[in-house]
Design a binder for this molecule. Structure first.
Ligand code: ATP
Length: 455
């Protein structure tokens, strides 16, 4: 993990947020290479799940929405973590992070059962013992629910009537626009709506680099079906998500499906499967797949008074479609992709074995020697020409070996070198990142060569 974090900083993938002001805890900015990687992931996802499917359409809704959305969706009431507060240092802890899951479950179960109130407080102290922050013993409040949504105010007046929330998930934008999408796209069930965008959660225990942050990006699909079809659709999306993970080049041996037991299900879900990844800091959620029933459309209809039902064109039956939701974090994808690609098994070089489709640069172009104008001129022409179709790096510093290693470290699949033979024969050396093998390719065929290798 440390090696990947350091590479990200050194080479311009990911920087600490607001660094010149001493940073802002757990915030990260994507640098020139990171934004290319992130954009490639998002466009691959959009191509796979929206563009190439007849049963999908896209959407881009606002981050700020009418607060009634969050009332109807249950987020105002339910979207919270149980926290205890140390009475001495006032640090709040998410119980299942600060202590083991087992402790948390025994606590939660015992609290719910008919333990008398005065015994409950004692039970909390006895179970939790000492504060992980200041070490004081037996000084905890009872667990309380803290809402994870970021609150803000719209307009100049700060008050109850101007309160708004940054969306904690992109999903609700889709439910709120269900009727608009249905009326304009004329899709028939089953169909899905996809959205990529930022989400915000006031996480109590952010950390592990970009794994858990307060501002992050999601790629979500709400897939609408007839209730009777939910089980087979759920299976279809399990398969699609696995296929996506494989397409990213993530090692499937490191990915595990975790079926949520009933007692752990979110307030809206009847079945949830997480795709967990073996991160260096433990096996943790990469993506989630949830069956949200008709919870959201039903509640938004009740709260807004708008008819959000679907009318079956054949039977004329009117009903709320049920929803299967594949929910994917962009940043966790970036992290899993980087961790899987990092390879320092060769003592001489670090190679970022990214799938060529994801590499920030598809190729780098060099003149063999920087001080020979005729080589530079030809290399510049090739660089300029290929850039019209691919993202291409230029490098004429140091020796050729150093340039190769520098490109290996950022995952560039091909290095193209213009040498003295190139001037006569109109061909170049193309070196492959993974095998380090070189071959001569005619300049006029370079575009096709790269097209085959990286698209
Ligand atoms: P966790 O249990 O790790 O908090 P979650 O179950 O709350 O995650 P979901 O609400 O299912 O997460 O969100 C869907 C996806 O969004 C997650 O699978 C993850 O990829 C991503 N995600 C959620 N919270 C964060 C976060 N704080 N930082 C980065 N990505 C996140």
């Amino acid at each position: 993990m440390e090696k990947v974090v350091s590479l990200c900083k050194r080479r311009g993938f990911i920087f600490p947020g607001s660094e010149i002001y001493g940073g802002l805890a757990n915030s990260w900015d994507y640098g020139p290479l990171g934004v290319e990687l992130k954009n490639s992931i998002k466009s691959l996802w959009w191509k796979k799940f929206v563009q190439s499917r007849d049963d999908m359409v896209g959407l881009s809704a606002g981050i700020l929405m009418n607060p009634k959305v969050w009332e109807a969706s249950g987020h105002l009431k339910e979207f919270s973590d149980p926290l205890v507060e140390c009475k001495k240092c006032h640090t709040r802890f998410r119980i299942n992070e600060a202590w083991s899951e087992e402790v948390w479950w025994s606590l939660a179960t015992n609290l719910e059962e008919s333990v008398k109130f005065q015994d409950k407080e004692k039970f909390v102290q006895d179970t939790l013992k000492e504060c992980p922050n200041c070490g004081v013993k037996d000084q905890f409040t009872m667990p309380r629910q803290f809402n994870l949504m970021f609150k803000t105010f719209i307009g100049s007046a700060e008050g109850k009537s101007s309160e708004a929330y940054f969306r904690p998930e992109t999903a609700q934008g889709i439910f709120v626009n269900f009727k608009n999408v249905l009326n304009t796209s004329r899709k028939k069930l089953p169909f899905g709506v996809a959205q990529i965008g930022k989400a915000f959660r006031n996480e109590i225990t952010p950390g592990n680099f970009i794994f858990r942050t307060r501002e992050f990006e999601q790629m979500e699909i709400e897939y609408f079906v007839h209730e009777k079809d939910w089980k087979k659709t759920f299976e279809m999306w399990l398969h699609e998500m696995k296929d996506w993970i494989k397409e990213l080049g993530i090692d499937l041996k490191k990915v595990h499906e975790y079926e949520h037991p009933e007692k752990d299900l979110s307030h809206y879900s009847k079945r949830t499967v997480d795709f967990e990844y073996d991160f260096p800091f433990g096996r943790k959620e990469l993506y989630g797949l949830a069956y949200r029933t008709d919870f959201d459309l039903r509640n938004h209809e009740k709260a807004s008074g708008e008819n959000l039902k679907y009318r079956d064109p054949e039977t004329n039956e009117e009903f709320w479609p049920h929803v299967i939701e594949p929910s994917l974090g962009v940043d966790r994808t970036v992290l899993a992709v980087l961790l899987g690609a990092y390879d320092d098994s060769d003592p001489d070089r670090v190679v970022l074995k990214l799938k060529p489709e994801l590499a920030p640069y598809k190729a780098a172009v060099f003149p063999l020697l920087a001080n020979k104008p005729e080589l530079t001129k030809m290399a510049r022409e090739i660089y300029g020409d290929l850039r019209r179709d691919f993202s291409i790096a230029w490098d004429d510093r140091g020796n050729i070996g150093k340039r190769y290693f520098s490109q290996d470290e950022i995952g560039t699949p091909f290095c193209i070198t213009v040498d003295f033979d190139s001037l006569e024969k109109k061909d170049v050396t193309v070196r492959d990142r993974d095998t380090a093998k070189q071959e001569r390719v005619e300049i006029k065929n370079l575009r096709e060569y790269l097209g085959k290798g990286v698209c």
